[in-house]
Write a protein that binds this ligand. Structure first.
Ligand SMILES: Nc1ncnc2c1ncn2[C@@H]1O[C@H](COP(=O)(O)OP(=O)(O)OP(=O)(O)O)[C@@H](O)[C@H]1O
Ligand SMILES: [Mg+2]
Length: 338
């Protein structure tokens, strides 16, 4: 499969009264065409800022995308787009759905108008054609009575229905890429599962490439092809689902998996919470950001940022313990917690 998106050395900061918050600190990853890539990591590690950058939603100032950052989509560095190009891009090339559909939908417009607007913003179709397409989109996302739903306002819909409408709006412009930022966090578990199934089904039908951001590793196990594990504005480990769940190399990935309550693989052992808190991004540590919380921490970890080591094609971890001179190179995580 070919890469649709290449994010290269992305660095994004926010200038605040307290100082420069270095939200994303040199992130490099690729997304293949038609796949689902999941970005996981604790709160505040830079997942949403990365997503917003790809969607062209970083307000500058206070945000700043640092010199040398690149996001190449279909061969074009989108960070160099003009505002006019961004407008055409949003919705038609890349769409985003957010955690809270109620605040993201327009409360003053009915569903029909919101979807039609997105279609007509990108395609020169008549009102009648747009209305037909709207009905089709609502059917596609599994709304039971699409005709009636068209006339409803967001507050008249249940949480699950609102999220389906958001997906319909996002997909109405036929984007190549759908970014879903915590799309199921606000929903109860049954509805969560339905929304994830829906996203999988739509991806099959439409071939959409999905970037899924979530705290929930259970969701990731069900839907993702590749996983990027972020911490403190950096990538700790990346690989395919099998490599991350069953062959992880980074102590942070291990800690994250052990702290996930709904994973089969953690049932055998007690849940272990990750002690401590992530570092301050205004003054991040020089070495590995996880060093202060890592039980394998060596001297070098606190003074120098680790190199990235590749274990299999596409599977890398940034951790000094895989340096040939480290004695820990073959840590057996499966024996942890015994
Ligand atoms: N508009 C902003 N102004 C200042 N700092 C910001 C802004 N947006 C994000 N940040 C900071 O950037 C860092 C990364 O934030 P981001 O929203 O990407 O985290 P996240 O990984 O999406 O977390 P969560 O899981 O809680 O959504 C955080 O320290 C956050 O406080
Ligand atoms: Mg976020």
């Amino acid at each position: 499969m070919k890469n649709l998106i290449d994010v290269k050395n992305l660095r994004v900061s926010y200038h605040t009264y307290a100082g420069e918050v270095q939200s994303v600190r040199g992130v490099t990853f690729s997304v293949q065409e038609g796949e689902t890539l999941a970005i996981v990591g604790e709160s505040g590690c830079g997942k949403s800022v990365t997503a917003k950058t790809i969607m062209g939603l970083i307000a500058t100032p206070p945000g700043e995308i640092k010199e040398g950052s690149e996001v190449v989509l279909d061969g074009k560095d989108i960070l160099k787009q003009t505002e006019k190009e961004w407008e055409a891009y949003r919705g038609a090339t890349c769409s985003m759905i957010f955690q809270d559909a109620l605040t993201s939908l327009n409360p003053t417009m009915n569903v029909e108008k919101q979807i039609m607007e997105n279609i007509r913003n990108h395609y020169p179709v008549s009102k009648e054609e747009a209305r037909k397409e709207t009905l089709h989109m609502l059917e596609l996302v599994g709304i039971p009575d699409p005709q009636a739903c068209m006339k409803k306002y967001p507050h008249q819909l249940s949480g699950g229905m609102r999220q389906r409408v958001m997906i319909a709006i996002a997909l109405a412009g036929k984007p190549k890429v759908l970014i879903a930022d915590e799309p199921t966090t606000a929903l109860d578990v049954t509805i969560q599962a339905q929304i994830i199934d829906l996203m999988k089904e739509l991806q099959k039908k439409l071939g959409t490439t999905i970037i899924l951001i979530t705290h929930d590793l259970g969701v990731v196990a069900n839907i993702a092809d590749h996983i990027v594990v972020m911490y403190s504005g950096k990538i700790m480990e990346k690989g395919d689902v099998r490599q991350i769940f069953y062959g992880h190399k980074h102590p942070y990935t291990w800690a994250l998996l052990k702290a996930a309550p709904n994973l089969e693989l953690s049932n055998k052992q007690p849940l272990i919470s990750i002690e401590g808190t992530p570092p301050d991004l205004i003054d991040p540590p020089k070495g590995c950001p996880f060093a202060a919380r890592c039980k394998y921490c060596m001297n070098i970890c606190t003074t120098e940022a680790p190199e990235e080591y590749e274990f299999e094609p596409g599977h890398t971890a940034a951790c000094w313990q895989y340096h040939p001179e480290s004695g820990y190179a073959d840590i057996d995580f499966s024996r942890e917690g015994e």
